[in-house]
Design a protein. Structure first.
Length: 255
């Protein structure tokens, strides 16, 4: 699945005009989830934006308590109603916990794809072992795997797996909830390029094979700055320095 290098994470966005503004600025990948409780906001923003629907990739996620087969269908139909859309391009298993049963959950995602309610199946917060299991059960290819990923959580094993398997990695919390501003290596690289540590983090992610980022932003300045990070080109020395940062900080548990 081809995704823009920088998309929009929408968690906690409550104003449809923010979504509409992001789309009009150039965002074409919008990521929401049932648990965010703002699919209606995202849908209204899409409706307000003066951009053709076919130019957008809209993704949402089925929460852990709705992963039984009948709940997958019901909750997805409810998501589509809230979004005001006939389909989404990407539907994720949000976390493989609670009601998740791969033998029962994943065929329900296949069925939604067969019926055209979703275009592609994604998973989120999976281990390599869970990815392997899912691939043996799904008829659909895994199009994307969404994980926490930033310069303090570089996810080398899952990056290697994604490259071998051929699916996209979608990096959430790509700025480590602001922690990137306190990393000396990122500040040095930012100064070298006349950029910010946030731009360096996003440029590093966008420069990796099969990786895209979905930073959250609401104000115009941050929306524009995150999108502009696509234009920042890091050199091999910059990338190597980021890979060698002697600090590991994971913000979210998999479970």
């Amino acid at each position: 699945m081809e995704l823009p290098p920088i998309g929009l994470g929408t968690m906690a966005i409550e104003d449809p005009d923010t979504i509409a503004r992001a789309i009009e600025l150039g965002y074409r990948h919008l990521d929401t989830a049932q648990i965010y409780d703002n699919e209606d906001v995202v849908g209204e923003g899409i409706a307000r934006a003066n951009v053709p629907r076919e130019e957008l990739t809209v993704a949402t996620k089925v929460w852990a308590d709705s992963l039984a087969p009948e709940a997958v269908r019901t909750s997805t139909e409810e998501s589509l109603d809230r979004l005001g859309l006939g389909r989404v391009e990407l539907l994720y298993v949000h976390r493989p916990i609670e009601a998740y049963d791969p033998e029962r959950t994943l065929p329900a995602f296949d069925a939604l794809r067969d019926e055209g309610l979703i275009e592609e199946v994604g998973v989120s917060n999976f281990t390599t072992e869970q990815l392997e299991e899912a691939r043996t059960i799904l008829e659909s290819p895994i199009a994307a795997h969404q994980i926490e990923m930033h310069p303090l959580c570089r996810q080398r094993e899952l990056r290697e797996y994604a490259n071998e398997a051929g699916h996209a990695l979608v990096a959430y919390s790509p700025l480590a909830q602001g922690e990137v501003f306190d990393v000396p290596e990122l500040r040095d690289i930012a100064e070298k390029h006349g950029a910010t540590p946030a731009a360096v983090s996003l440029a590093w992610l966008a420069g990796l094979e099969n990786v895209v980022a979905i930073p959250k932003a609401s104000g115009d300045a941050h929306l524009e700055a995150n999108l502009a990070a696509r234009e920042l080109e890091l050199d091999e020395q910059d990338a190597a320095r980021i890979e060698s940062i002697d600090r590991e900080e994971k913000l979210f548990d998999e479970g």
